[in-house]
Design a protein around this ligand. Structure first.
Ligand SMILES: C[S@@+](CC[C@H](N)C(=O)[O-])C[C@H]1O[C@@H](n2cnc3c(N)ncnc32)[C@H](O)[C@@H]1O
Length: 206
């Protein structure tokens, strides 16, 4: 399963960002940049499912001292992400999944369009597993889809179908990612919607 997903995202890697921009519009990036200022005073960041790494220059611009562990299942996504950083940036790239998160203590984590890859049952174990690596008062920035209208549901159905066909992704429904973060003990600090409420970006404190 993981190998197929990795190969699928490898195939998408060269045009993933352009495709996302074409389908969702500029909100796809604006949403992920919106709360980065909350990371200004943080020191150790875990990024999961980071993709092509387009966000990395903005992260290091906000906080040049940030130390980042950057995990993605797709080797080609990681190759692209490596090209986005400067030699003096403190970042470790890891081709892998949640099973390969380094044994470190993090004071912040970023999951953008990552929690939607899993179903609710998986999030019941995955979120506490990630939470177990967080220091007290850590911030969790998450950006993901919301399904509150008919066109959201249609878009999500189409997108899950696309990812199922191209990457073998098994999950076909948007999980209750915000509820799961709350159930894991997170306190909502801030939130904002983008792209006609199709995308929500949130900051949780753990
Ligand atoms: C929908 S893309 C989002 C990429 C990026 N966060 C963005 O918003 O531009 C999901 C990313 O997660 C990666 N991925 C999929 N399953 C994963 C897993 N189990 N562990 C880590 N990364 C995974 C994919 O390779 C892909 O880069």
């Amino acid at each position: 399963m993981s190998v197929r997903v990795a190969r699928g995202f490898d195939r998408l890697a060269p045009f993933y960002d352009s495709l996302a921009r074409l389908i969702i519009g500029k909100g796809i990036k604006q949403s992920q940049l919106h709360f980065l200022n909350h990371l200004r005073d943080k020191t150790k960041l875990l990024v999961l499912g980071g993709g092509t790494g387009w966000i990395l220059p903005s992260l290091f611009e906000i906080n040049p001292k940030l130390e980042i562990d950057y995990v993605d299942i797709s080797p080609r996504m990681i190759v692209q992400a490596r090209r986005k950083v400067l030699p003096n940036n403190n970042i470790q790239f890891i081709v892998g999944t949640e099973k390969n998160i380094p044994q470190s203590d993090y004071d912040c984590v970023v999951t953008n369009f990552y929690l939607d890859l899993f179903d609710n049952d998986k999030l019941d174990t995955l979120i506490p597993q990630i939470r177990g690596r967080l220091l007290p008062e850590a911030y969790w920035l998450a950006t993901d889809f919301v399904s509150i209208s008919r066109w959201h549901k249609i878009m999500l159905w189409l997108m899950y179908y696309f990812f199922h066909v191209t990457t073998g992704l098994r999950n076909r429904r948007l999980p209750s990612w915000r509820i799961k973060l709350t159930e894991a003990g997170g306190t909502l600090i801030d939130k904002k919607n983008f792209s006609y409420d199709f995308i929500q970006t949130i900051v949780f404190k753990f």
